[in-house]
Ligand binder design. Sequence first.
Ligand code: FAD
Length: 457
Amino acid sequence: MNKEKKNPETTFWKNPHTDTETPPLIILPCSYLSIFMLPVRKKARRDVKIFASAWAHALWILEDIMNNKLYEHPLWTIRHELLSPEDRIRVSYERAKVVIQTWNLTPEEIHTCSTRFWRHQQDPVFAIDPALANIVTCSLNLFVGTLYPLLSGRPYLKPLVEQALRGEIFGNLFLSELGHGLDIQNLETTATMVEDGFVLDSPTDGATKFMAPTLPIAGFERWGVVMSRLIVDGEDRGVHPFLIQTSDKSGMRPGVTNTCLPVRCGSALDYSMTRFDHVHLPSTAFLGKSLDPPQDRRTLLHAYIWRIPIGTSAIGMPAVVSAKILACIAADYSMRRHVGPPEERVPIISFRTQSLPVLYAVAVAHVFSAWMEQVQIFYMDRANAFETWISLGAVFKATVNRMAAQATRDLGERLGAQGLFPQNHTGILETDLRGTSIAEGDILAICIRLYTEILLG
Ligand SMILES: Cc1cc2nc3c(=O)[nH]c(=O)nc-3n(C[C@H](O)[C@H](O)[C@H](O)COP(=O)(O)OP(=O)(O)OC[C@H]3O[C@@H](n4cnc5c(N)ncnc54)[C@H](O)[C@@H]3O)c2cc1C
């Protein structure tokens, strides 16, 4: 058939599957359309049933880890998204305390990265409130995780670790600086040794510690491990960790200043720029290995921040849960939303354009869940070297964060106008997944490092 010569309005097109000619639907009378659509509708109903069971399974996987019923706690039943940014931040800190107390991880579980440590990372509360994930993971993984192995030589740290484990104080790790994001070898913050301890300074604007949240939170002390250049007798002796209290129950500690960054899209948290101006630290604040000049500064710095590669994997786990949540929300909307005349209404999930991205997201969520279990098993096997943890963490985080972020865009578009509102999470999760792609190991940087190491053998 020569299509060129036909009037486009009456042109029949050839169905490549049946080899029959099918009239264009747009010019058909409705009755013919109904007959033609009947098998399609039947198939759609069957597909919807199959889909519903896949969806129910996705929900079951979520429920499996929700036995703690945190979602019934008043802090989770309030309409968090309707609060002012200040109140949302406050609620996220209150939630953090409850989550820490509910999971009640022991320091050994955090230190050894036990099964419960990894399971706690998968709690859906973190995907629902990514700001909460940020607070808890910084306080437990980075702060407690850094301090706990030092306790045998520094028993005076024990009360602080115990307070952090009870959610009574919150801890941070101050690594990045405004002028030196990924370039951590060139940090400028200095800790100058004096007779009775150290004096901590941000000598330039570029030395301002960047992003770690430090706004004083009423009722909570805030502490942190600050990565600073040790200066002894004018000599630079490399970057080492120092313990500092940034705020007490009534405000910032003397010499520590906080400038809160603007509230971004996504979840609200008091991300900050933090500066130190002649902050006197006792000699016990030094958490490093030795005051002597290190032989290999780079290796030593990476040894100090050994909890970050663990955070790289841990932070990927809420991304897996986010993929599940997104699939559930998109499926729920697509099953609920119906179109058509009253006697023939069908859910929009019956359209291929709707079911494909939703089913794809469900499939991705299932595959990631299965993979996450294997990643966890790999970490539990003490025979696997720490370097292999770092490599697997890079692959896991890069893959799940990228694909979950893609799902937020693909599914967000399929939820119509309702997908734009924070109640449906897609927009918030997109920004937060981008944030977690940067925090605790920028995806690009860790992938470059991994490939370089693979190439170098
Ligand atoms: C949600 C969130 C929470 C955070 N929490 C903390 C915290 O608690 N404590 C803390 O210390 N920091 C924190 N950070 C800061 C984070 O560690 C830094 O944002 C991160 O190190 C990247 O630094 P940067 O943003 O300055 O980006 P840059 O260093 O400017 O990098 C931006 C981009 O430049 C390119 N680039 C830079 N260097 C290289 C290179 N060598 N090779 C190739 N490409 C390169 C890459 O494309 C990179 O993605 C947080 C960040 C986020 C987003």
